[in-house]
Design a protein around this ligand. Sequence first.
Ligand SMILES: [Fe+2]
Ligand SMILES: [Fe+2]
Length: 319
Amino acid sequence: MSLLEILPNLEERIAGLVARHKTAAAGIDWSYSDYLPLDAYHARESHPQLSEATYVAVETALLTEVNLPWYTSALHEGMKGAPDSMREFVHVWTSEEDQHSLLLETYLLLTNNGDHRARMKQRKVTVYTGYQHDMGGPVEAMAYTSIQEMATRAFYICTAEACQQEAPDLARALQRIAKDETLHMAFYRDVVKAHLDSDPDYIEPIAKAIVEFQMPGYILEDYRQRSEYLARTKIFGPEHFYKQVMQVLWAYWGLDEAMEKLSPERRAALRLDKYRSAMQKLSSRYERQAGDESKIVVPATVSYRPSGSTNGISNGHSD
Ligand SMILES: [Fe+2]
Ligand SMILES: [Fe+2]
């Protein structure tokens, strides 16, 4: 059996996971409008502006979510030859992801946060750029997507915690999106686990997905600056990624136990040990780093423009 294929004897199990997801999603069915208190917004004379850090986090999430057409295209391609239930899940997932960018964009528009025109320009550039990922077969694609959904979930939860005081309605919306990401992650994670439990050789595509992992937002021109900014403001950085994403999936998939059964040569070839110690170091470095205001520079292309602000932020927009 090629590691590039889904195990045929798992088809029933995968169909069961799709059914489990549908039941859970139906139980928490929601509309983006549920999280936008229109009466309260209309009653306000002006809207409080989000802090710069919260705005950057939300805009970065939004610009990542808007590329959904290309993620669907990549997953659709990556699932060629996969069982029907798996391919159906891509449709379910797309339909649920669709309202994430809608909620974030509508929130920013209704509360008049940021420069809407500049943000739209950025959205167009993002969707024009698209997204490409060599999925390396369905199991690697599932492992990649598990990490990505888990990271997105953690990002929303951390941002919700950070903005709880300044914008409780936004925090509630972010927590809601995080619940969707949790359900998505659980599906992909369990398909991966089922493969690894059935055939330990699947550790190879899983390890490849881990050591080569990049968030889909990497296509943003200033993604590095945005990530650095969010790490320095302590909203979400390598320490969150390491502890809330990698360590959790690593333990769930039982990667240590799986690696113990391998010869030293095979284990080294996976590069997982090297990856983990590099991540550990990076995580501790960021954890030790106190928020140094002088080093926190908002990326130039962020369309943050607090009304009446004269704080000299370069918004990188032109009308
Ligand atoms: Fe999403
Ligand atoms: Fe997602």
